[in-house]
Structures are given as C-alpha cells and as structure tokens.
Design a protein around this ligand. Sequence first.
Ligand code: UTP
Length: 227
Amino acid sequence: MVLSLGGSVFLTGEKDAEFLRQLVEGLRAVAKQHPLAVVVGGGKTAREYIRLGRELGLTEIELDELGIDVTRLNARLLASLLTPACPARPLTSVREAVEESSRWSLVVLGGTEAGHTTDAVAALLAERMRAERLVNATRSGGIYDRDPATDPAATLLKSLTFPQFRAMVEAGTDGRAGQEFIFDRLGVERLARARIPLAVVQGRDVEQLRNALLGKVFRGSIVAPAG
Ligand code: UTP
C-alpha cells in the first residue's frame, strides 16, 4: 500500500501535534497488516518558498528543488516520529524506497526529482511495488465536480474512471512548480497504465484514512480502472 500524504494535511497550523500523534499510531497499526510506503508533500511552506523564489527570478527547476527540500523536511519529521519502525531519515528516490521496503514494513520519503509532485512519486512507487492501491490523503476529503474551497454547491464524486479523472487533472494543472491540485498529471497517467486504483480521503480523519489504507469502506472517492 502506498500513501501520498499532502503537505496541507501534514501541517495546518492547527492541532498539528495532536494529529501527528494519532497519525503515527494509525500508520504503525496499518504497517503491522500491510507493508506501507508514505510519501509526504510540502504544502503551504513549499508554496511560500516557490512563490518567493519565482518573484526573485529563479528558474522552474530551481523552484522544484526548493519544493523537494521542503517535502523532505516534512518527511524527516514523520520518519523521526515513526522510528524505530522505519529508516530514521527520509529516502531520496523511488529505487531506494523499493529496496528499503524489502527490509522495513514502513518507509517514508518526500520528493525525488524536479518536474512533478509527491503524488507522482507515490504513483511511481506504487507501480514499482505492485501496490494494491494508492491512498491520497487530502484536505478536501475527496474529488468534487467543482472546487469545494470556492463553490459551496460542489458535489463529492464517489466513484470515477481514470479517463474522467485524467480530464479533471489536465484541466486543473499545467506542470509548473508549486501547483495546488488534488493530483498530478504524471501520477494519474502512471496509475491508469498500471491499473492501480486511487482512493482519495480526508487525511485529517485518521479513522477514515486507516479504513482506506486497510481496504475497508471509507468516506471519499475512488478512481478505478474501467472493466
Ligand atoms: P508537493 O508534492 O507538496 O506538491 O510538492 P503539492 O501538489 O503542492 O502537494 P500538497 O499541497 O503538499 O498536497 C511541492 C512542490 O515541490 C516540487 C514541485 O514544484 C511541487 O509543486 N516537487 C515535489 C518536485 O519538483 N518533485 C518532487 O518529486 C516533489
């Protein structure tokens, strides 16, 4: 099982310590039943660095690298909290994560290389590890027909196919550093190709997150291969 834990779930500025304690307990419990890889995002902190760097004229690749460093900072915090259940430092590539997951039932990493987000890292890892499912822990708690942050009439879509979801991701992203969309382009392509379902869940609700990770019924959305 692979978990993509959005940076905007990881740190919000509100009750983060309480949430992280519950999360760590939940992840340890899941990892006793299934091997688990957790990819942590950079959230608001990454976007703030990217916005500042862009204003100062940094290139897109330099902005991506700033973002990667922030994801690794978050991953380091999570890895330290999970020690000794996982390697104490965040892993830096999909290959290293695959190798280490033969020794550990829990591995943690942030970003890997420029040009995508941690959602794509999670999808690449899911493909390599032949994961049963990728769980995306988000702030929004699912996939909506419109942006729920700006449109109160937005409706939760409980189940979608990959072509439907891919069209939404393409309309919502253009590949630049620091974008804020529920998933990324490379990630959705890889999952569709590998026929790995994507579950989108409210990451701050640790019970729902555990359900999604254990393959139980959960509140959120599922993107599944057709047929
Ligand atoms: P995130 O994965 O945090 O992006 O990476 P996000 O979509 O903003 O996710 P949330 O809000 O945490 O859920 C932050 C930025 O770091 C760079 C990209 O610029 C990305 O937008 N990055 C990250 C990479 O270039 N490569 C990576 O492997 C990961």
